[in-house]
Design a protein around this ligand. Structure first.
Ligand code: LLP
Length: 411
C-alpha cells in the first residue's frame, strides 16, 4: 500500500494506488489542470495579446487532449494528414490548424488545401507544386535559419545539415518562385529544435525570422515554432519565457512599425504544454543482483517509454511505494530483449518487487512514441480533470495486436 504523500499531486490528487487498482499497470496518467497552468503561464509570459498558441499535437495526440487544448483557446500544429483529420474531428476550424509536414508527397498538400488549413511549406519543391497546382493558395514558409539549437543532436533541426525548412541561403529562390506563381506569403516560420538549452540560441533564430520578414510585404503572422526547455528533473531549469517574450514584443513592435499594421505571433509548443502533466506509473517486476550492481526490472520497456534509449537521456523517477526507504543504487531497466536502461546507477529509496515507480515528465513524446515491440500491448491512458479520473485510451490486448494481421492460412 502506498503512503499518502505530496506526490499524489502528480496524479491530480487521485492516489496512484487507486488508479493502478482500477486501470492496471503500467499506466499513463495526465492531469488536465497542469496543462491549463502551462498554457496560461506561456500566454502571460510571451505576451497575451496577438500571441496564438498552436499546440503541436505530435507530443500527445489523444483526441481528448486535443479537445482540451481547443477548450483552452489554442490552435493546432499538425504534421500529418492524420493529425489534421484528428484536429478537424476535435472541432477545430481549418484556419486554426497549421499543417507543418516534412518531406510529404503532393497528395498531402492537395488534402490540406482542400480542407482549408494554413499550410507551412518547408521546401522549394513543394512551394513550386502549390504554385502550379493550387493557384492563389496562400502559404506560410518555413525557413531554416542555420542555428544549431536543441537538447540533443536528434532534436536539433535548425542547422544547415537538417532536412527541415528552406535554407535562408535560398531566399532568392523563394522570392522568385512566389513571384512567378503569384503565391501569397501570409506567414513566415522557424522551428530550430526541441528542449533548447540556451535561450540565446533561440533568440538568434527568432531574430533571423524577423529580419527575413522584411522581404515578405504581405505577411500577417510570424511563427516562432517551439523548443521551450522543460525541467526533466525537479528543480531543473526551464526556458526563460519572460526574456523571450520581451524580445519578441520588441521585434514585433519594430516590424509593425515597418509594415504599419498588426502582425500576429504564433508559437507551436508541444513539450512545455504537456510534458509535466504526465506521469507514467509502472511496477517493479524483479530485483536482480549483478556482479557489479543491482538491476530493478520494471513491467515496461522502451516499447512504452522510448526517450531514455532514443535520446540517451534520463527522467526523474520516484519510488511511490517506499519513499522513505534506505537509498540504494540501481540500474532501472525494462523487460525488452535489448538493452533498455531507463536509468543507470540511480540512487532510489529501496525498490522491492511490486513497488510502484513513477516516471515524471511523461506527458510529451512518451505514449506517442510507444510501439508494440516484443508483441507487448500498449498501456492505457487516464486523464484527471477536476479530481475525477477518465479512461481516455483503454489498454491494448492480444486481439489488438492481431487486429491488422491478415492470417491467410497459407502455412
Ligand atoms: N513545431 C514543429 C515544426 C516541430 O517539429 C515540433 C517538434 C514542435 C513544434 C514542438 O516542439 P516542442 O515544443 O515539443 O519542443 N521526441 C522529441 C521531441 C521531438 C520534437 C519534434 N518536433 C523528444 O521527446 O524530446
Amino acid at each position: 500500500m502506498m503512503k499518502k504523500r505530496e506526490d499524489d499531486n502528480l496524479t491530480g490528487g487521485v492516489s496512484p494506488d487507486e488508479l493502478i487498482g482500477k486501470y492496471g499497470s503500467p499506466l499513463y496518467v495526465y492531469v488536465a489542470e497542469k496543462i491549463a497552468e502551462q498554457y496560461h503561464m506561456m500566454k502571460s509570459a510571451l505576451g497575451p495579446e496577438k500571441l496564438r498558441i498552436m499546440y503541436a499535437c505530435k507530443a500527445l495526440s489523444n483526441i481528448n487532449i486535443i479537445r482540451f487544448m481547443k477548450k483552452l483557446g489554442a490552435g493546432l500544429d499538425v504534421v500529418s494528414v492524420e493529425e489534421l483529420e484528428l484536429g478537424l474531428m476535435a472541432g477545430f476550424q481549418p484556419q486554426d490548424i497549421i499543417f507543418t509536414p516534412s518531406m510529404v508527397g503532393p497528395e498531402d498538400y492537395d488534402f490540406a488545401v482542400e480542407k482549408g488549413v494554413r499550410i507551412n511549406v518547408g521546401d522549394l519543391e513543394a512551394l513550386e507544386y502549390i504554385g502550379e497546382h493550387h493557384p492563389g493558395q496562400s502559404v506560410c514558409i518555413r525557413l531554416n535559419p542555420h542555428v544549431y539549437a536543441g537538447g540533443n543532436e536528434k532534436i536539433s533541426v535548425g542547422h544547415e545539415h537538417s532536412k527541415f525548412g528552406i535554407s535562408i541561403f535560398h531566399l532568392r529562390d523563394i522570392l522568385r518562385l512566389t513571384k512567378t506563381h503569384s503565391i501569397p506569403v501570409e506567414g513566415l516560420h522557424i522551428h530550430v529544435g526541441s528542449d533548447i538549452q540556451d535561450d540565446e540560441q533561440y533568440l538568434r533564430a527568432i531574430e533571423v525570422l524577423f529580419d527575413h520578414a522584411l522581404h515578405f510585404p504581405d505577411i500577417r503572422y510570424l511563427d516562432i515554432g517551439s523548443g521551450f526547455k522543460v525541467p526533466y528533473w525537479r528543480g531543473g531549469s526551464s526556458s526563460n519565457l519572460e526574456l523571450l517574450g520581451k524580445f519578441i514584443s520588441k521585434k514585433r513592435s519594430w516590424l509593425e512599425e515597418h509594415f504599419q499594421r498588426n502582425i500576429e505571433i504564433l508559437t507551436e509548443p508541444g513539450k512545455i504544454l504537456v510534458s509535466e502533466c504526465g506521469v507514467f506509473l509502472t511496477t517493479v517486476n524483479t530485483i536482480k543482483k549483478g556482479p557489479v550492481g543491482t538491476f530493478a526490472g520494471l513491467n515496461t520497456g522502451f516499447n512504452h517509454f522510448l526517450r531514455p534509449m532514443f535520446y540517451d537521456t534520463e527522467h526523474e523517477m520516484l519510488n511511490l511505494s517506499n519513499p522513505d526507504g534506505r537509498l540504494k543504487e540501481y540500474d532501472l531497466v525494462g523487460y525488452i530483449c535489448e538493452t533498455d536502461n531507463f536509468a543507470k546507477r540511480r540512487k532510489m529509496p529501496e525498490l522491492r518487487p511490486g513497488d510502484t515507480v513513477a516516471f515524471l515528465n511523461a506527458g510529451a513524446y512518451a505514449f506517442n512514441m510507444s510501439s508494440n515491440y516484443n508483441s507487448k500491448p500498449r498501456p492505457a491512458e487516464v486523464l484527471i480533470y477536476k479530481g475525477k479520473d477518465y479512461l481516455i485510451r483503454r489498454r491494448e490486448n492480444l486481439d489488438d495486436l492481431l487486429a491488422t494481421t491478415v492470417d491467410k492460412g497459407i502455412f
